[in-house]
Design a protein around this ligand. Sequence first.
Ligand code: GLC
Ligand code: CA
Length: 545
Amino acid sequence: MEKKWWHTSVVYQIYPRSFMDSNGDGIGDIPGIIGKLDYLKELGIDVIWLSPVFKSPNDDNGYDISDYRDIMDDFGTMADMEELLKQAKERGIVILMDLVANHTSDEHAWFVEARKSRDNEYRDYYIWRDPVNGHEPNGLRSTFSGSAWEWDEATGQYYLHLFSKKQPDLNWENPKVREEIWDLMNFWIDKGIGGFRMDMIELIGKLPDQEITANGPKLHEYIREMNEHTFGSRDLLTVGECWGADIEIAKQYSNPANHELSMIFQFEHIGLDQQPGKEKWDLKPLVLSDLKRTLSKWQTAFHGDGWNSLFWNNHDLPRAVSRFGDDKNYRKESAKMLATLLHGMAGTPYIYQGEELGMTNVRFGTIEEYRDIETLNMYHERLNAGYEESDIMKSIYAKGRDNARTPMQWDDSGNAGFTTGTPWIAVNPNYKLINAKSALEDPNSIFYYYKRLIALRRQYDILVYGDYELLAPEDEQIFAYRRNLDGESLIVACNFTDESSSFELPEDLPEEGREVLIENYEEEILHGVVKMKPYEARMYHWKQK
Ligand code: GLC
Ligand code: CA
């Protein structure tokens, strides 16, 4: 396999609205990010994925873009953005922009034009349909509740919006739309960005009349075309958000021979704690062997014909330590355990802001404190459908997107040092305990543990290119796997529970000459059996004789 710079990279995701406010208006901004670049440098990451900073009316916090070539007023100016690119580069950090190309804002100039009349030259940039028997053309639903079709009174047609009605879907069948997107991508590439995270890219080949949304027939053709006209000839990182991808689809995207993307985010492990066939809000306890089977399947899927991305959480998902660990009794231990498990795997790891501090989910007392459109729409929809309010809140506590969007906890001063004003969303009350300042003062912090994991990936090729074998697949407490590369071996063993357990080391692991690369407890070992304390994680490395 041809080696790429992003094989050894670690990506850090910033959700700008919640990262750092520099001017006291309660909203994170680009100068705020610039002020924290040294913090990221200290952590050791080399790529930032910046959630959207483009002009937007913020119906969906920037995922509704009204001008792709300008910066949101709340976040700063184009000059600020250029300064961020420059200062990041000085620290050896590149920036991925978040390309939201499935839809625009309804306030984008194209849509403002398109809705003026049926024969407007931009009409066909979007997806319009006549009513059927006086109703929506079909049953397509919006991810944010309700029908995906919105009636436009003035022109007497429906338009499609797979997200909010302020996020009309672009019509990718129109070649002009595709060219417009390539142009704006090249605009940003010319500014020196490191690549793109591609929002909901799997939807661009949709066939709305057949109710096909993800993985439509022309999807890969469009991506290859985009590759050819934009980033294909440059050495960039591209990662697609692909909820509906299985391994075969993932190979289509990320096999270098296909000239599509570097890698995708797949979400199979993210669906394991919801009831099959239902929504994410319909909770089900996670079974460890399911998680092992799923992650391991993806670990062994590619042999030079694809690449994995590794993540536990992002701005749409609950906090990793609250979801997969124990954020009450073993917060530090389980946060480190989850980090070890993920960073020991094959692929490019992504860290979501605050994950390196072990930030947790939040439980606001009332719905009024929530901000996310998806959460608010679901709350009202389920209330109307007769659900108990307490059950709805339980789902929000477990899965709501605002869990990940409370402000970054910088220190123990008011509002966690995020803002001197009133934050746009309340700070998690646990900031006095969990914050960057105290993490930086504590050599045993989660922060420094991540720093060491990131450094290990640079140092040990086996972490990047080693093969993968799941050990003890049926064990419901220990998640352990082995990797091998050119006569070297590595074992990662993690206790996923709050009870002690044990793990038998493989026979070829020598008592002498094995290195412990990282551990979150002191080792207790007897006759080749390791006692695994609650949420213990260990990584061993050795050379075969
Ligand atoms: C992606 C984004 C999410 C957004 C949606 C619509 O899933 O990650 O935050 O709401 O696309 O753009
Ligand atoms: Ca601000």
